[in-house]
Design a protein around this ligand. Structure first.
Ligand code: GL2
Length: 796
């Protein structure tokens, strides 16, 4: 006891010291921003102690290091994460309160670091947390985008984008490393000189490192997230300046900075843009140089590389790291091509995150050759070597004038993994069918997971508290212990407390929505939530069509015993994805009409919350009653939102797609609302030319809902606004919204029925929590360490 009072007063001193000497403010005049910065620095100091010790230990033990290369790290806010991981919640709160400050206000002042689009980037952030919790020596490498994912707002129901500016205020978590600057070349030509191949780039951009420490649970280990920023090699031309051409004088700097300026906002969908390829090479090449420099500081035999390092390519975005490592080993370090290829192959691994054909990166070889002429030669040689061993044209990383990054990654990698059992199987059957036949042991599965620290302990403190009181706190780093909750679920008193937690979380969400958006939600209603990127394959339009049909039915019979629901949506659409933006507009228009309808508003409300990000997810997930995971089977590689909801006690309504399959296996089929076609049925159904019309003819509810889109019910001021959506669904419907509608409707009515029995529902919700322990990213990372990296924890 005495010790905790002591630490607490020490921490108060630390906070005051940073407020005074780091921020130069007196408590009397300090603003929330000043307090946040002071608190962040005080917390950071503690993290740095662990960080330094972890780095030292890695050098001493010469452990294998894991390098996670990713274009995206959707880390969100860091202060709350740091406080929770250091187990300093009470100390921080008390220290702030002693100055009359409220911790929630201070935590909410931090901008989200939105350096990612969605699941892929958030998975990378969960992995960093797990790597540090487990104590596996690891570095995340990525890009320090000045502008993260755009901010979304609505004007008359339409999505409007504005730049996200998280770096406008000082960012307290990073350490600039001006001594780590690496020149990265582009373009130019390739010469053969004195028996050696030499690439002379035409343009150089400098990559400067910024490090953020990532601390694991209980502050036992901390790894580094190293992000690269673009800088000019010669930032300023004094001659031009003196001659009066001020703009041209800084042009180099401006051009170099564009490389780390913005995150490309396409999710699962890449266009062959030159700047994107430059970004990919920029951060991959800087990372490879850095990895080799660290290796060289401890070793002098390159053959040891595969024993000492494992590189994970997060999708194909960093795939060029393979040819780059090979180039350095062969051209600069003098290894034979075969030896360089052998070493590279044993260091590289590749995670595939999507089977969508438009998302499998391909580059026009003229563009590629213009930017990276030597790499194109090397890819040809890699391809030739592979072809010699396995003469089969379709396996090539180059064909039809394109460089195919998926095939290249597969050929280069020692292990290739999918992100859920179904996705991995489909990978073997479809995109990598032939390559898998040649290398049958290369593909492995590592089903995704989420960090329980952020996605339960910190975002849902009331539930975390109840769990800890029931089974102790070891579950936080060993999530499968949640199964120990099962006996308590049989106890009505305990179940009532579980329900109280959910109700309190819903009430908090209602307060937030009322305060920020001026909309009063009915806290008694079922909170039915679909939050994720907007995409046709995720089928937000299936959800809103069913909502429309349900609304029509309620209007037909307003006095029936309807189960009140609040339908909550959130998610961003890529700027150029017009159809997805029209679906947002439609949902907002439906919300406007339905929420104003006196005949239905007590039992049905619809809301689309703007600017979905990690922080909003942290509010929504704990307050959900029902999780919507309704993608066309075979299209969602895994999903991770589905895991967060189940963990926080929201049963899923979903298709057998991605990790839903494994979630249902774990929570039990009686605790999951299944509907829809299976992946192979989807493929077959698509062969029928009139699948949509057949479905419409068979279900008058669907026909009526589509008719409401056509007749301008939701857009009387512009009656034709949604005709194209109705037409698309009637005449094309690639994602089979119509074909799955009737079964979705059936499953929704089953949900209604189940929700009416509140005790049974509470049990179902609690079983979802108790049985979701397997979906921890700690389990996933243990899988990578064992099956892919051969890496070990350095925490004793
Ligand atoms: C994604 C998949 O679409 C998603 O299903 C998966 O959960 C994540 C993480 O593995 O990866 N692939 C992809 O390109 N994005 C994803 O979110 N953007």
């Amino acid at each position: 006891m005495a010790r905790s009072v002591q630490t607490s007063s020490n921490f108060r001193d630390a906070l005051l010291r940073h407020l005074t000497y780091t921020m130069g403010k007196d408590p009397e005049h300090a603003q929330p921003f000043d307090w946040r910065m002071a608190l962040s620095h005080a917390i950071r100091d503690r993290i740095v102690d662990t960080w330094v010790a972890s780095t030292r230990k890695t050098y001493e033990q010469d452990g294998k290091r894991v390098y996670y290369l990713s274009m995206e790290f959707l880390i969100g806010r860091l202060l709350e994460d740091g406080i929770f991981n250091l187990d300093m919640v009470e100390e921080a709160k008390e220290a702030l309160e002693s100055f009359g400050m409220d911790m929630r206000t201070i935590l909410d002042d931090e901008p989200d670091a939105a350096l990612g689009n969605g699941g892929l980037g958030r998975l990378a952030a969960c992995f960093l947390d797990s790597l540090s919790t487990i104590g596996c020596p690891a570095y995340g490498y990525g890009i320090r985008y000045e502008n993260g994912l755009f901010k979304q707002s609505f004007v008359d129901g339409c999505q409007v984008e504005s730049p996200e500016t998280w770096l406008q205020e000082p960012h307290p978590w990073e350490f600039e490393r001006p001594e780590v600057r690496i020149n990265i070349g582009f373009g130019g030509d390739v010469h053969f000189e004195n028996g050696k191949t030499v690439w002379r780039p035409a343009e150089m951009i400098q990559a400067e490192a910024f490090d953020t420490p990532i601390v694991g649970w209980q502050g036992r280990w901390a790894n580094t997230l190293r992000l690269w920023a673009g800088r000019a090699v010669d930032p300023f031309d004094l001659d031009l300046f003196n001659s009066g051409d001020f703009a041209a004088a800084s042009e180099h700097e401006a051009l170099a900075r564009t490389i780390s300026r913005v995150l490309y906002p396409e999710d699962s969908n890449e266009a062959g843009k030159e700047l994107r390829l430059k970004q990919e090479y920029f951060f991959s090449a800087a990372s490879i140089r850095d990895i080799l420099r660290r290796f060289d500081s401890q070793h002098n035999d390159l053959k040891l590389l595969p024993e000492k390092i494992a590189i994970q390519l997060n999708d194909t975005h960093p795939a060029i790291a393979g040819p780059e490592l090979l180039r350095i080993l062969h051209d600069e370090r003098g290894l034979s091509f075969e030896e360089a290829l052998h070493i590279t192959h044993h260091c590289m691994n590749y995670t595939n995150h999507t089977l969508l054909p438009e998302a499998l990166e391909r580059w026009d070889e003229r563009l590629f050759g213009r930017l990276l002429p030597r790499h194109l030669d090397i890819i040809n040689r890699i391809d030739d070597a592979h072809y010699k061993a396995n003469p089969h044209r379709t396996l090539s990383a180059r064909s039809d004038g394109q460089v195919k990054m998926g095939e290249l990654s597969f050929i280069m990698a020692n292990r290739v993994n999918g992100v859920s059992a179904l996705h991995t199987d489909l990978m073997k059957q479809t995109v990598f069918k032939e390559l898998n036949a040649l290398h049958p042991d290369r593909i492995v599965n590592e089903t995704n997971g989420v960090t329980p620290r952020r996605w339960l302990h910190s975002c849902n403190p009331a539930l975390s508290g109840l769990i800890t009181e029931t089974i102790g706190e070891d579950w936080i780093a060993d999530l499968e212990q949640l199964e120990k909750l099962e006996p308590s679920i049989e106890d009505q008193g305990w179940l009532d407390r579980f329900t109280d937690v959910k109700n309190a979380n819903k009430a908090a969400l209602c307060d937030y929505v009322a305060g920020v958006h001026g909309v009063n939600l009915n806290p008694e209603a079922m909170f039915d939530i679909q939050i994720k990127r907007m995409h046709e394959y995720k089928r937000q339009h299936l959800n809103i069509l069913e909502t429309i049909a349900h609304w029509q039915e309620i209007r037909d019979n307003p006095t029936a015993d309807w189960v009140p629901r609040v339908k909550i949506f959130a998610g961003k659409a890529a700027q150029g994805y017009h159809f997805a933006k029209d679906i947002i507009h439609l949902i907002n228009d439906v919300a406007k009409l339905v929420n104003a309808d006196a005949a239905t508003r007590d039992v049905l409300q619809v809301i689309f919350l703007p600017n979905y990000n990690v922080s909003l997810a942290e509010r929504l997930v704990p307050a959900a009653d029902l999780s919507e995971q309704i993608s066309t089977a075979g299209k969602e590689a895994s999903g991770t939102g589905n895991m967060k909801f189940a963990l926080n006690g929201a049963p899923t309504i979903g298709t057998l797609d991605g990790a839903n399959v494994e979630i249902r296996d774990h929570v039990g089929k009686e605790n999951f609302f299944l509907f829809g076609m299976l992946a192979d049925e989807v493929m077959q159904r698509r062969m029928m030319h009139d699948h949509a019309q057949q479905a419409i003819n068979a279900d008058p509810r669907l026909g009526r809902a589509l008719e409401a889109l056509r007749d301008g019910t939701f857009s009387p001021e512009d009656p034709g606004r949604y005709t194209h959506i109705a037409d698309n669904l009637t005449w094309s419907d690639y994602f089979l919204v119509c074909s799955d509608f009737t079964d979705y409707w059936r499953a929704q009515r089953e949900v209604d029925k189940a929700y009416q029995d509140r005790k049974a529902w509470a049990k179902m919700a609690a079983l979802n929590t108790a049985r979701s322990g397997w979906f921890s990213s700690d389990r996933t990372i243990h899988g990578y360490m064992c099956d892919i990296w051969g890496a070990k924890s350095l925490i004793p």
